[in-house]
Structures are given as structure tokens and as C-alpha cells.
Write a protein that binds this ligand. Structure first.
Ligand code: FA5
Length: 343
């Protein structure tokens, strides 16, 4: 009987070597170790043995059973590993591959960037250089050097974000400080534009944002007059909105120019009839401009007795609204892709 046990053990171990899936493993377990299995059959025969021999065969049977169970344990491990490898193969994905949908959706430039680049091309074609300025600006360049001393009421025209712990710094409220930076850096004669972001502590509405873009310009040379300024402003309006575009200039006080004007273009929404966007006036205010004040020329290191100049500051974000018929400025900084993908 001991040899039968040995045979059963060997046969089970051999069979287990080729088993790789859980189902076959369970079938074999029932066949060998089950209640009506081969091992149980042999155990039943033990009842017929004499006491001494039963003890010996019993001990051998326990060893055989333990060896078979150990072989089952190993086979289980192998089956589990094979299954895991099979699943990994079936479910393998390339995580570096672009997601479906994104693959065909190329990005596009923000409408403000598109209009800015188109204006940069226009100005470069007229001999202007394009200059950058910092968004975190000194109080001096943002105001004082532009003829707005610390206690001047004109500071209230632009509600300013100040910087905790740095009383001499502001988030620039306008791109005009680059007029001074440009004159100091390049001297006269000068033709320069400075596009960039500006910040104001504004209550937002359809026309007003706390963060928006401006495009500053300054020209300094001998014999520069107001008609040069008007010519450049009309060229920009026609470039953006077509040959029939009208602009309207009306006097406006800016401390850094003399005389100063406020520039408007016909409202795109109502075509001049008056609506909520233009506050029923038919015109949209898109820039401020004027002849550079002698104090500002001096701040830039330019002699006002020799040179004169003009400067202008377009609300670039407003220009974009006009170009694309956007009736609420807040869409432009909102970051909603459904809006941005239309351009
Ligand atoms: C200025 O900022 C002057 N620095 C412009 C200037 C430059 C005048 C050079 C003279 C010489 P103003 O505050 O008016 O001016 O703003 C200029 C333009 O920015 C406005 O015409 C308008 O189009 C736009 N703008 C002003 N405030 C906002 C706002 N909160 N949201 C969006 N656009 C604005």
C-alpha cells in the first residue's frame, strides 16, 4: 500500500507540473484530494490493515498528503503568475499616447495674442520697435515719472493693486511706464510700442476687467505734431476693422500728455445706434493718446526744447472685442476652452 501511496504522490506531482490554469487545478484537486478522490480511496483501504502496519501506512499517508498539498500550493502560485501576465498583456496601454480627441485637436493662439501679433507686424512695418516692460512696476515709473506725483488726484483714475510690504511697488495699471523705460534705454529719435498686461482694482462688468491688455506706443523726434498721431491711430483702426472705419477723438485729461485725447471707434454691436455695451453712446472707448508732456520727456532724458513726441495707449482687449464681436470682456480671461476654440 505504501507503494500505491508513492505512485499517487508521483502521479499528482507530474500532473501538476503541466497545469497552468485555475480550472484544471481545481479538477485535479477534487480527483486527488477530494472526499471521493484517490487519496480517500487509499485511506479507506487502511481499515483492513493490522494495527502495526496501519500506523506505518498512516504516517506515510500523512507525508504523501503534505507533499501533494505543497505541490498544489506551488502550482497555484504558477497559475496565478501566468494569469497576471496574460492580463497585463491583454490590458496593456501606452500611457504616453495622446488621449482620443486630443490627438486631432491642435491648440490655437488666444485671440488677444492673435490681434497683438497682427498689430506688432503693422507697427514693425512702420519702423517701430517692440519693447517689454515688467508687470510688477515701481510706483515711480507707473505714476511719478509720468507727471503724476504721489498726492495727485489723477492717481484715483486708475484704482491700483499695491504690494504688501513694498510701498514702492505696484501691479502696473498701464503700459505707459514703458514710455520712460524706452526713452532712457534708446534715447531720441524713437518709435516704440509696448504691448502687455495691466491690472486695476475694478468692479468688473461687460467692458471692464481687473486684468486686461494694453498696447502702448510712443514716437519722439524733431517736428512731431498731433496730425502724425492722428495718422497712426487711423492706420491702426483701418488695419483692424477695414477701410471705412471711423475714429472719434475728444479732449481728455491725462497728466502725461498735453493736449490729451480719448479715442473711440463705432460700437460693433449696435453699429452706432446705442446699446448696453457702449452705454447707449454708439461709440466704444478704445484708447487714450496725446502729445508727450515736456516733464515726461525730461524724465526719459530727452530735451523737450529739441524734441516733441506723441504717445497712445490702446485697450488691446477692447480692440479684440471689437474685432470678433465679443459682447462681454470677461470671456477673454475666463479660460473656457469652448469660447477659446472659436478663434
Ligand atoms: C491709460 O491707461 C493711459 N495710459 C493711455 C494713454 C497712453 C494716454 C499714452 C495717453 C498717452 P485709460 O485708463 O483710459 O488710459 O485706458 C486706456 C484704454 O484701456 C481705454 O481706452 C480702454 O480701452 C482700456 N481700459 C481701461 N480700463 C479698462 C478695464 N478695466 N478693462 C478693459 N479695458 C480697459
Amino acid at each position: 500500500m505504501q507503494s500505491q501511496l508513492e505512485q499517487l504522490k508521483q502521479a499528482a506531482i507530474d500532473a501538476l507540473k503541466t497545469v497552468t490554469d485555475n480550472e484544471s487545478l481545481e479538477r485535479l484537486r477534487v480527483e486527488v484530494l477530494g472526499r471521493k478522490g484517490k487519496m480517500a480511496d487509499l485511506m479507506k483501504q487502511m481499515a483492513t490493515l493490522a494495527d502495526e502496519e496501519r500506523k506505518l501506512v498512516g504516517a506515510a499517508a500523512n507525508e504523501v498528503k503534505a507533499a501533494i498539498e505543497a505541490a498544489f500550493g506551488e502550482a497555484e502560485g504558477r497559475a496565478h503568475e501566468a494569469q497576471r501576465a496574460q492580463r497585463a498583456q491583454a490590458e496593456w496601454i501606452d500611457v504616453t499616447e495622446p488621449a482620443i480627441g486630443v490627438r486631432s485637436g491642435m491648440g490655437n493662439l488666444h485671440p488677444v495674442t492673435q490681434v497683438r501679433e497682427s498689430l506688432e507686424d503693422l507697427f514693425v512695418s512702420m519702423g517701430f520697435i517692440v519693447e517689454d516692460g515688467p508687470e510688477l512696476e515701481s510706483d515711480h515709473l507707473n505714476f511719478t515719472a509720468l507727471n503724476i506725483p504721489p498726492t495727485h488726484p489723477a492717481r484715483d483714475m486708475q484704482d491700483t493693486f499695491y504690494v504688501d510690504g513694498h510701498p514702492d511697488m505696484v501691479m502696473r495699471t498701464q503700459t505707459s511706464p514703458v514710455q520712460i523705460r524706452g526713452m532712457r534705454k534708446y534715447g531720441a529719435p524713437l518709435r516704440l510700442i509696448a504691448p502687455g498686461r495691466v491690472f486695476r482694482n475694478e468692479a468688473t462688468d461687460v467692458r471692464h476687467e481687473h486684468t486686461f491688455h494694453q498696447l502702448e506706443g510712443i514716437v519722439v523726434d524733431k517736428g512731431i505734431s498731433f496730425s502724425h498721431l492722428k495718422g497712426v491711430l487711423e492706420t491702426v483702426a483701418k488695419h483692424l476693422y477695414g477701410a471705412d472705419t471711423q475714429i472719434r477723438l475728444r479732449p481728455k485729461f491725462y497728466p502725461f500728455v498735453e493736449p490729451g485725447v480719448n479715442g473711440e471707434v463705432t460700437c460693433f454691436l449696435c453699429k452706432g445706434a446705442g446699446c448696453r455695451l457702449c452705454k447707449k453712446s454708439g461709440w466704444l472707448e478704445v484708447f487714450g493718446a496725446g502729445m508727450v508732456h515736456p516733464n515726461v520727456l525730461r524724465e526719459g532724458g530727452v530735451d523737450p526744447d529739441v524734441y516733441s513726441g506723441f504717445a497712445f495707449g490702446f485697450g488691446l482687449t477692447r480692440l479684440v472685442m471689437l474685432k470678433y464681436g465679443i459682447d462681454d470682456i470677461r470671456h477673454l480671461e475666463g479660460g473656457d476652452l469652448r469660447f477659446l476654440k472659436q478663434f
